[in-house]
Ligand binder design. Structure first.
Ligand SMILES: *Cc1c(COP(=O)(O)O)cnc(C)c1O
Length: 374
């Protein structure tokens, strides 16, 4: 027996994650329970309050023992037909989250810069860091996306620019002219990713022109999702379109069977159920309009709803009632919304547009709390 001691497990060297991975703050999902574990009505994750199309639910049965179509062929053809896009220019993802990450990974790495705006979607920060690139955060203009601020930060290291339109968590929207101006001023070797997760909520006449840019240029990728208006957040299905080279890049690095067979069938049925999608859009428009009116009426108490083109509203609390107190007060009344101190927004709540009665109760509760605040 040798008397050399083997090191205790606690002393032995452990694998070390890369420093750029260690710098990532893991995504914080919208919660569905209160602090005491009570289930609450969830208006924290921008899900569809009308649920899922019955046609999509009916499409659910799929043989689980066989691998799905690795290319989601029928689904891509349906997407192509719906949007007038060549299906060869469409790639599917495990949610659009996968595609956002792959876009960064495909075009940026250590030493490169990936840009997005402050108060942007938190996945962009993860996507930038995950591939070892340096995140560059452009200042906002009163919570909205500021094209000039983005352009001012472009350098010869910039590889990818992410913008969500409408943006999450602010709900702000860049009109077609601003998107075109941003694209026109970017170097042609910078990939512009336009994330249209809420695109179906935007009125057709307000289209931002992103899909047309992706069709016409070699440096634009547009991402969409089945998680929001289509009510399929649980199935994890997103898609993206862009120039053939970009699609080929993403196809090289995506998971080979990244969309389940059930998911492919449900997404196709959900897209075909145009009545459900339109009803969801109209419900959102009506209830969002009413809710914003009710909150705007509380401006004398410092509540300020930001204009939104999405299925949620960001309310700023600039008076005596704080966002944190309002968050707790809504939880006491059975609702969980999104308070975002971790994203630099301790003064704001993001509230998903839910059912009519819930939006009424929430607006009334906010009035009661604002009037009582001192
Ligand atoms: C919800 C959301 C997504 C969609 O994520 P999935 O992975 O498709 O569920 C993408 N971008 C933004 C801005 C979102 O809010």
């Amino acid at each position: 027996m040798s008397d050399i001691e083997t090191p205790s497990p606690a002393m032995a060297k452990a694998p070390t994650a890369k420093p750029w991975i260690q710098a990532i703050h893991a995504y914080v999902p919208g919660k569905s329970k209160g602090k005491d574990g009570r289930p609450l009505i969830k208006l924290s994750a921008n899900e569809n309050p009308l649920g899922t199309s019955p046609a999509a639910l009916a499409a659910k049965a799929q043989a689980p023992a066989v691998y799905p179509d690795p290319d989601s062929t029928a689904l891509r053809e349906a997407i192509g037909a719906r949007h007038g896009i060549d299906p060869a220019r469409v790639v599917m993802g495990t949610g659009s989250d996968e595609l956002l990450n792959l876009a960064a990974q495909g075009y940026a790495g250590p030493g490169d810069e990936v840009m997005y705006v402050r108060y942007g979607f938190s996945v962009y920060d993860i996507a930038a860091r995950r591939c070892g690139a340096t995140p560059i955060i452009a200042p906002d203009a009163d919570y909205g996306t500021d094209v000039d601020a983005l352009l001012a930060l472009v350098s010869d290291k910039t590889r990818v620019v992410f913008v969500a339109n409408p943006n999450n968590p602010t709900g702000s929207y860049m009109p077609k002219g601003e998107i075109a101006r941003l694209h026109a001023a970017l170097p042609t070797d910078v990939l512009l990713v336009i994330d249209q997760a809420y695109g179906e909520y935007v009125a057709p006449q307000d289209d931002d022109g992103a899909l047309a840019l992706a069709e016409a240029h070699r440096n634009v990728l547009v991402t969409r999702t089945f998680s929001k208006i289509f009510g399929l957040a649980g199935e994890r299905i997103g898609w993206a379109t862009g120039a053939p080279d970009i699609i080929a890049t993403l196809n090289r690095i995506r998971g080979p069977f990244n969309v389940s067979g059930t998911g492919q069938a449900m997404a196709q049925a959900a897209m075909a159920d145009v009545d459900f999608v339109e009803a969801s859009r109209i419900h959102n428009l009506d209830e969002r309009t009413r809710f914003v009116e009710r909150i705007t009426a509380l401006s004398n108490h410092g509540l300020r709803p930001l204009p939104s083109q999405a299925n949620f509203v960001l309310i700023l609390f600039e008076g005596l009632l704080t966002a944190e107190a309002a968050f707790d007060g809504l939880a006491d009344r059975g609702y969980i919304v999104r308070w975002l101190p971790g994203q630099g927004l301790p003064q704001a709540l993001r509230i998903t547009i839910g059912k009519a009665e819930d939006m009424y109760v929430i607006a009334s509760a906010l009035r009661e709390m604002a009037e009582a605040a001192k």
